[in-house]
Design a protein around this ligand. Structure first.
Ligand code: NDP
Ligand code: KPL
Length: 287
């Protein structure tokens, strides 16, 4: 049996864990900060409920075949404490997070063992272990042996895992969606706020900066992406809450640096100014 550890059991971690647990060919262990007994995920295909095996102390963990990091980007140090115990010879580490710096967050993990995962699975957590998965969604990983291995973990479930030969472009496309979500974190209003044309124009501005910086680091991004992002927000459920908005509602730290600050930081390194993203980063962190 393939041994899988899921580090972080919030909105996405709980969703992914519930699907993995439903596959009898996998041996799944949850590595949680806040323990719970029942994992209950309302998925588009019905409710998945289980009583998972769960650890709360990294010292109790032993090496596995796959360690999936599904904490927020700002909890990388805590996740690394688990990896120190979970990674043995042959272990592969998948980082399921937003942003474009998956590898940089885990410098102790050898590049060939680490699979950076772009996640498009909208999910919201209401209590420890209790999650609603809004859409089946999917994930994108780099083409190659480890990427295919990661995709194989989900082969018996509905979550679509694709490989790409151009991960940089895929990651910056996702960053374009996420940087625009700053308007939700700032206004504390769900996705429907994109219907307001003045707000939509700010979202396009955030994305245009993302396009310029993304191109400078090698991503192949079309000018139409800004309109596509706004159209995507308008097409989805008006009441859906993105993860940075959820962080603000819960009083947690936010991923403002990973989603907006990064555009200003990398932009500065390439001589490109990104004032809207810099402002979003500063204001969300200050709020
Ligand atoms: N939610 C969404 O719809 C989407 C989120 N993403 C991205 O996925 C990643 C995860 O987001 P999301 O699931 O929303 O985040 P959540 O805040 O819902 O969950 C993060 C989880 O990590 C846990 N955690 C933090 N530190 C540790 C630690 N040291 N050991 C064990 N667990 C720890 C938290 O514990 P505790 O339970 O104590 O809080 C929490 O359960 C982020 O990068 C996000 O941007 C991507 C696409 C969609
Ligand atoms: C785009 C979205 C809403 C879902 O994939 C997301 O990435 C998030 O909530 O952080």
């Amino acid at each position: 049996m393939t041994r899988v550890a899921v580090i972080g059991t919030g909105a996405v971690g709980a969703t992914v864990a519930a699907w993995l647990i439903s596959d009898p060919t996998l041996d799944v262990m949850l590595c949680a900060r806040t323990p719970f007994e029942t994992l209950r995920v309302e998925t588009p295909a019905g409710v998945l409920e289980s009583r998972p095996r769960l650890l709360t102390d990294p010292a109790a963990a032993a090496p596995v075949d796959w360690a999936l990091v599904v904490t927020k980007a700002y909890d990388a140090v805590g996740a690394q404490a688990w990896l120190d115990r979970l990674v043995g010879e042959g272990t592969r580490v998948a980082v399921l997070q937003n942003g474009v710096e998956h590898r940089a967050r885990f410098p102790a993990i050898a590049a060939e063992r680490l699979v950076p995962v772009i996640v498009d699975i909208p999910a919201e957590r209401s209590a420890p272990g209790i999650v609603v998965q809004r859409r089946t969604g999917g994930m994108i990983v780099p083409a190659g042996g480890s990427g295919e291995g990661f995709a194989a973990l989900f082969a018996n479930g509905p979550i679509d895992v694709r490989t790409t030969g151009d991960w940089t472009t895929a990651a910056w496309r996702k960053l374009a969606v996420n940087c625009a979500g700053a308007v939700n974190a700032l206004t504390l209003k769900p996705a429907g706020i994109a219907a307001d044309e003045e707000v939509a124009e700010l979202m396009r501005g955030l994305v245009r900066e993302c396009i310029a910086v993304g191109r400078a680091v090698g991503a192949d991004l079309p000018d139409t992406l800004a309109d596509e992002v706004v159209a995507g927000y308008r097409a989805g459920p008006a009441d859906s809450i993105n993860s940075i908005h959820a962080d603000r509602l819960a009083g947690r730290p936010t991923e403002a640096d990973a989603r907006n600050g990064v555009i200003a930081r990398l932009g500065a390194a390439h001589g490109i100014d990104a004032p809207l993203n810099r402002m979003a980063d500063v204001l969300i962190r200050a709020a």
